[in-house]
Design a protein around this ligand. Structure first.
Ligand SMILES: Cc1cc2nc3c(=O)[nH]c(=O)nc-3n(C[C@H](O)[C@H](O)[C@H](O)COP(=O)(O)OP(=O)(O)OC[C@H]3O[C@@H](n4cnc5c(N)ncnc54)[C@H](O)[C@@H]3O)c2cc1C
Length: 432
């Protein structure tokens, strides 16, 4: 299919951020854009599974929040446990005075993309697929324009490019924009965690009661689990023709360096071993360790992956460790606010020179970078809590850092002010 030869804005990538950019532009009355994606259809896998309050509020602004909420499950608390017992319960209801979404919405990324895609289609937006961008250069006709080249030889001339083409962005690479772990975000050297295994699994005990977002803290690592909504089972059934009856549970386990390299798509046996080592004992496959006297085993691995627990920041683009589920959330908020700013920039350039109008974009980039730095700092802090080393605090305080960490988590659960601060940080409301 042929692409338009000219446009004002070219959005490269129709993942969550590309779609949200398109919806935001339309919402702000701007229609002269084209959105393209390299692949025929989006990925089926769950990937990012939590949408926080600040992101839902941003999506409300472009008319997508409620639809998303209807497809997900509202998690009312984050629970921290050890392998043998409870440490703290941190309820989201402390956010009630500040937002209409006092919860974390658990919804597989594929649904988030589906809802945004449907909304875009309803508004008459066509995602042009498959069209892969391979080149970008200043236009020979007008130096304020760029010629974007596609794999099939087509060229689109545009005034603005939104690089929503993911972590390995072609546009960012061609533009020569650096993408490194920011030195101006806090460093935490108290963890040996460098990799994480996320997986969607079912268990062979249908009565297993896994509810809410739950983190099990142990020495050197943490284990996270959350049930996914049954709407995901229905979605997978429509896509694959196979219906999964059991509740699908997202698990994620930080893998300490000592465990060796993580395989690319960890197997059932590999994940079972992580569960037996790091999850609460009621999920152990070993009957002698499981308090119920019966072992619980993984029945099926629906999806598994490995991720580096590292961070990168460009002028405004960012990658951070998935701990705390912040990455896609910030990307969506960036996109929603970019739509407004870009529409404004286009309007202002009708009456003012580019050099003057560009301050709008410069200010926006600086503001979003500040937020990205804060989020990276927050995820690094969470990572250092999750991967606290089993080492002595200091000669004058000869207790394990793990014991101290668990004590602090217990304390946070007892003090309302501390609970509210933690939940405020998770929700993103302080850094919309
Ligand atoms: C395996 C995996 C597991 C993840 N797990 C989690 C998780 O547990 N929690 C979490 O918060 N986040 C997770 N993430 C990250 C989350 O998926 C991202 O934050 C989110 O996808 C970012 O959205 P995006 O729209 O910016 O980019 P993407 O979703 O990557 O979308 C980019 C789009 O651009 C298109 N594209 C790329 N290059 C080109 C090109 N040259 N021309 C045209 N189109 C192009 C792609 O086809 C794609 O559709 C995971 C990611 C992966 C890959």
């Amino acid at each position: 299919m042929s692409l338009p030869q000219n446009t004002t804005v070219l959005i490269v990538g129709a993942g969550p951020t590309g779609l949200a950019s398109a919806l935001s532009l339309i919402h702000h009355g701007f229609k002269d854009f084209v959105i393209v994606d390299a692949v025929v259809e989006g990925d089926n896998s769950s990937r990012a599974i939590v949408v926080h309050a600040a992101t839902l509020e941003a999506l409300d602004m472009i008319g997508c929040g409620d639809e998303l909420v209807s497809k997900g499950t509202k998690m009312t608390s984050v629970n921290f446990d050890t392998q043998t017992g409870a440490l703290s319960r941190l309820p989201f209801d402390s956010l009630e005075p500040y937002t209409r979404h006092p919860y974390a919405l658990v919804i597989p990324q594929t649904f988030t993309e589906y809802v945004l895609g449907q909304k875009a289609a309803d508004l008459g937006i066509t995602v042009h697929r498959p069209h892969k961008v391979v080149g970008m250069k200043v236009s020979a006709v007008d130096t304020d324009l760029a010629d974007i080249t596609f794999e099939d030889g087509q060229v689109v001339t545009t005034r603005y490019v939104i690089a929503a083409d993911g972590a390995r962005s072609t546009i960012r690479t061609i533009a020569g924009i650096g993408f490194v772990d920011p030195k101006d975000s806090p460093e935490h050297d108290s963890t040996t965690l460098v990799q994480l295994v996320p997986a969607d699994v079912t268990f062979d005990n249908p009565k297993l009661n896994i509810s809410n977002l739950s983190g099990v803290m142990s020495a050197n690592t943490y284990f996270f689990s959350v049930p996914l909504p049954f709407t995901f089972n229905e979605y997978l059934s429509r896509k694959t023709g196979k219906f999964i009856e059991d509740r699908i549970v997202r698990i994620a386990c930080g893998v300490p360096v000592g465990e060796g390299p993580v395989p690319q798509a960890p197997s059932k046996a590999y994940i079972q071993n992580l569960i037996d080592k790091f999850d609460p004992l009621y999920l152990s496959s070993d009957p002698s360790a499981n308090p119920s006297g019966k072992g619980v085993c993984i029945k099926e691995v629906i999806w598994s992956s490995r991720e580096l627990l590292s961070s990168s920041l460009a002028t405004a683009a960012h990658i951070h460790s998935p701990v705390g589920g912040q990455g896609m959330n910030l990307g969506l908020r960036d996109a929603v606010f970019l739509g407004e700013v870009l529409a404004k920039h286009v309007k202002v350039t009708e009456s003012k020179p580019l050099s003057e109008a560009d301050q709008i974009l410069t200010d926006f980039a600086a503001e979003r970078r500040t937020r990205a730095l804060k989020v990276i700092g927050f995820t690094k802090s969470l990572l250092s809590v999750g991967g606290t080393k089993d080492a002595v605090v200091a000669w004058w305080l000869p207790i394990s850092k793990v014991t101290l960490r668990d004590w602090v988590l217990w304390m946070v659960g007892k003090v309302y002010y501390l609970q509210r601060r933690v939940m405020w940080n998770f929700s993103g409301l302080g850094r919309r």
